[in-house]
Write a protein that binds this ligand. Structure first.
Ligand code: C5P
Length: 299
């Protein structure tokens, strides 16, 4: 096999509840992930060394050195399997960079699946999940896809039942937000330290997902990182308000931001919102999507 292509989805968090800061610098979370149909494709070709190149709208923002998470994933896989194979990775990027949609995590998950196949390792899903958790808190969900409840720092996943398809419009901002700085801002804004407070999954939200009810889901969307993202980037409030005025069923910052996510009625509503938003909000681009979608998949 000389080349493998893996498609991997972006995510939005429909509930992101941030609990106590842990000794290791992470926060315990109740994190309801939902995979949506904005995809990166990662191509892995046989090579003597591990390299990466990036194409697409956001390509100039992605590092192509050893800090690239897809490169780290390929290296971690080779080490785990005890092989010294190489791969030239090419990432075709559609997921915004540092946008709160797990773009880097998606590419790492795709690189794990692609190299496992390219190198003929045949490692089971459990091994890839463990490697994924070491690479980043969101990487296991990028492997898994669908809709899932993430506990711990977000890596301990339980699949959640859903009915039908949810439709979304995303508004991408110019420039990213660094995840650690958004968590740090969240800690700063909280009047009392969050130590000792344990969040729970929202029963109404889980029911809305299970029943395929976008109106109920729209009312339940919640993100504890949103005040922090708005504090660091006040213009996001304008974007959220514009989406609400244009009839979104729910409006929320995606993960640590700055992408804003709008839950809508159907695909036509998503397209109308995507067209109308740029005139009313300071954004770089819009995209429509639906979820849930599968995790990293070999094409
Ligand atoms: O796991 P990942 O490398 O994606 O996390 C990036 C940063 O986000 C961490 O270094 C930490 O500052 C913050 N984080 C956190 N709690 C989590 C997940 C991430 O504080 N559960």
């Amino acid at each position: 096999m000389s080349s493998v292509t893996v498609r991997v989805p972006a995510k939005v968090n429909v509930q992101l509840s941030v609990g106590p800061l842990r000794e290791d610098g992470y926060h315990d979370l109740v994190n309801v992930f939902h995979a949506v149909s904005i995809f990166d494709d990662v191509v892995a070709r046989e090579s003597d060394s591990i390299t990466v190149a990036v194409t697409g709208d956001w390509a100039d923002l992605v590092p192509v050195d050893d800090t690239n998470l897809a490169v780290q994933a390929a290296r971690a896989l080779a080490k785990h399997a005890g092989v010294c194979y190489g791969a030239d990775l090419v990432i075709h990027k559609a997921i915004p960079v540092a946008g709160g949609m797990a773009g880097g995590s998606a590419d790492a998950a795709a690189a794990l699946v692609a190299c496992n196949e390219l190198w003929g390792l045949g490692l089971p899903a459990e091994d890839l999940m463990r490697l994924a958790a070491d690479l980043g808190s969101d990487v296991p969900f990028s492997l898994m896809g669908g809709t899932a409840l993430g506990a711990g720092r977000g890596e301990l996943l339980t699949e959640l039942p859903t009915t039908g398809t949810f439709h979304w419009t995303f508004a991408m901002a110019d420039g990213g937000l660094s995840t650690p700085s958004v968590y740090a801002e969240c800690d700063r804004l909280r009047a009392t330290p969050s130590r000792g407070f344990w969040p729970e999954a929202d029963a109404g939200l889980l029911a809305a997902l299970r029943d395929g009810d976008p109106h109920a889901l729209g009312r339940c969307l919640s993100n504890d990182l949103q005040p922090a993202a708005l504090s660091l980037r006040p213009a996001l409030a304008v974007t959220l308000e514009a989406g609400r005025r244009l009839g979104a069923l729910g409006a929320i910052v995606s993960g640590s931001g700055p992408t804003c996510a709008f839950l809508v009625e159907d695909a036509a509503h998503a397209a109308r919102l995507a067209q109308a938003l740029p005139e009313r909000a300071p954004i770089r681009a819009t995209a429509t999507a639906h979820g849930p979608t599968p995790g990293a998949t070999i094409l």
